[in-house]
Design a protein around this ligand. Structure first.
Ligand SMILES: [Zn+2]
Length: 202
């Protein structure tokens, strides 16, 4: 183990939970800013953000992301803001329509897999486009590894200069029909990241 400090990333809203699931889930931008501020005060340094429509359904509306970004900059100075480009909140290039806002980071799913009731589609041309937008706007991608193949895909993108800095990798484990939360598998993921990218953060 190294002595590097841990990075706490707070995923404040996600794309699925509703107030019926948990009344504390922040849905409006005001609630999101308040909730993130509490996490920021408690030591979180990255905010992974989705936005919602007024009825609580997932959205990728750049105006909502802009309002959230403005609130977070005002109330959580220095916090790293990461926008989701995940596939539940829009289709195709809609998923990256907020990237011109230049968040510090954005999530980048580099391959497809199954979700509990649907296919999580990340076609190669869309992945390449999202990565190109992140490069154009100087946004650090967070590679979402839902599957082992996604780490290898990120390595290929890194070698092709489609991801220009050492990748920052998140292992997404425990999603039904995708990768389970399994210790042996996790250790192999970490080894694979280290073999691919040296001291990349995960
Ligand atoms: Zn997310």
């Amino acid at each position: 183990m190294s002595n590097k400090p841990a990075i706490i990333c707070v995923a404040i809203t996600g794309s699925l939970p509703t107030k019926a699931d948990n009344p504390a889930v922040p849905i409006t931008v005001a609630e999101q800013v308040e909730s993130t501020h509490a996490a920021f005060e408690a030591g979180a340094t990255i905010c992974h953000a989705h936005v919602r429509n007024d009825d609580g359904t997932p959205s990728s509306d750049p105006d909502r992301f802009a309002k959230l970004q403005e609130g977070l900059r005002a109330h959580c100075p220095g916090m790293i803001v990461q926008f989701s480009t995940g596939g539940r909140s829009g289709a195709g290039q809609q998923r990256g329509a907020m990237l011109p806002l230049r968040p510090d980071m954005a999530s980048l799913s580099v391959g497809s897999n199954n979700f509990p009731t649907r296919v999580y589609e990340n076609p190669p041309d869309l992945v390449t486009w999202l990565a190109s937008q992140m490069r154009a706007h100087n946004i650090k991608p967070e590679v979402e590894a839902f599957d082992l193949s996604h780490i290898f895909r990120a390595k290929a993108m890194f070698d092709a200069d489609e991801i220009v800095q050492t990748p920052y990798v998140q292992f997404v484990m425990g999603v039904k029909n995708a990768m389970p939360a399994d210790r042996v598998v996790f250790d192999f993921y970490v080894k694979t990241v280290q073999r691919s990218f040296g001291d990349a953060q995960w």
